[in-house]
Design a protein around this ligand. Structure first.
Ligand code: DAH
Length: 377
């Protein structure tokens, strides 16, 4: 007959002083495991007489209970201590300045898009988006660009091979027939005009920034670039609204009051009349600085964006009555706007991912453009 109290005292003392969870687990296995000391005692019960078992049974079981309880208690204590240590080690001082060591920067294209969203939000415009993989109906047909228009030539547009997509057969809502629609990478943000007019009831005031694609590449053209589209649809909209909106936007964007615009008659299939908008600028230290009257001494005009009154056929293509709804639209290159304001001269560098370029031209990750705080701060 063993000295259970002495054995128990020894085991409990060991358990109590187990330094970590691994040591505790080793003790558990040594006592309660298959070949453990306490387990071995339990096995002796089988070879005892019933009288012996009546005496020894409860004693051995009590020993096992005591050891099991001690292990559970020690385990809880060790786990609590480990959590405490972890919490203490991971403590953060929330009063430290958040930009103690800022890493990374906001790309000028993102910055300019944020600036434009802020400027137009102040004028009541929402931000709309559309897919970069478009069909030719939204990208061309609905925008009144006929099959023969040069913009449709393979030279400019990235088409998907027609066997590669099964999405190019569309049922036309309300007409009960299907039509083949070639899929392509959108060549401009104008299809978002169509998508917005078809999904929202007027009045509409949106800008649509995003990526566009054309098969073109040199110092001022990249196969992917960025545009921002503007669209206003309401009753009684006229060119005066367009000019005021563009002037207000460009003054806020370039952060100067002497922005002078010249609206030059032009042609876009989706606007009638159409106007190309030029802005006055001066050449300073090899850089174009926007501002001033283009005909003034030392100044000239530079073409900046396309615009016009939305063509009645485009409005009708979207299911709206052009007799009731009119509007204006404009489209402008975001990369171009960034270059003019921040002085980069090679568009290709925008998309090289060169960390030195990004460090130089990038913006603080924690600063947000606001009209009150300075749009480019
Ligand atoms: N979508 C035209 C382009 O990419 C730009 C444009 C011109 C957009 C006139 C417009 C507009 O909304 O009214 O060249």
């Amino acid at each position: 007959m063993s000295d259970y109290p002495a054995m128990q005292a020894r085991l409990l003392a060991d358990i109590d002083s187990a330094a970590d969870l691994d040591a505790l687990e080793a003790l558990r296995v040594a006592a309660l495991g298959k070949a453990g000391g306490v387990s071995a005692l339990l096995k002796t019960l089988g070879g005892m007489s019933p009288e012996e078992r009546q005496v020894e049974g409860p004693r051995i079981h009590a020993l096992r209970e005591a050891v099991t309880g001690a292990i559970a208690g020690r385990k809880a204590a060790l786990e609590a201590a480990a959590l405490e240590a972890k919490l203490a080690a991971e403590r953060l001082d929330m009063t430290l300045p958040a930009d103690a060591a800022p890493r990374g920067s906001v790309h000028p294209v993102s910055q300019v898009m944020d600036e434009l969203a802020e400027i137009f939000a102040d004028m009541g415009f929402a931000v709309a988006t559309g897919p970069e993989i478009e069909d030719d109906w939204h990208n061309f047909t609905a925008l009144n660009i006929p099959e023969t228009h040069p913009a449709r030539a393979m030279h400019d547009t990235f088409y998907f091979p027609s066997q590669m997509n099964d999405a190019d057969t569309r049922s036309i809502p309300g007409e009960g027939r299907t039509e083949r629609r070639a899929m392509l990478l959108r060549t401009h943000t104008s299809p978002v005009q169509i998508r917005t007019m078809m999904s929202e009831a007027p009045p509409i005031r949106i800008i649509a920034p995003g990526r566009v694609y054309r098969s073109d590449s040199d110092a001022t053209h990249t196969p992917m670039f960025h545009q921002i589209e503007g669209l206003v649809i309401d009753r009684g909209i006229h060119m005066g609204h367009l000019k005021w909106t563009l002037e207000t936007f460009l003054k806020a964007y370039f952060e100067r009051d002497d922005i002078v615009l010249r609206l030059r008659p032009s042609y876009f299939p989706f606007t009638e009349p159409s106007a190309e908008v030029d802005v006055g600028y001066a050449q300073e230290k090899g850089r174009r600085i926007v501002g001033g009257h283009g005909d003034d001494e030392g100044h000239a005009w530079m073409e900046l964006l396309g615009s016009g009154m939305v063509h009645p056929r485009v409005i009708a293509n979207c299911g709206l009555d052009p007799a009731e709804w009119q509007g204006f639209a404009f489209g402008v290159g975001v990369d171009r706007l960034a270059m003019l304001k921040y002085g980069m001269d090679d568009l290709r560098a925008f998309f090289d991912g060169d960390l030195r370029w990004l460090a130089h031209y990038g913006f603080g990750a924690l600063s947000q453009p606001t009209l009150s705080g300075g749009i480019s701060a």
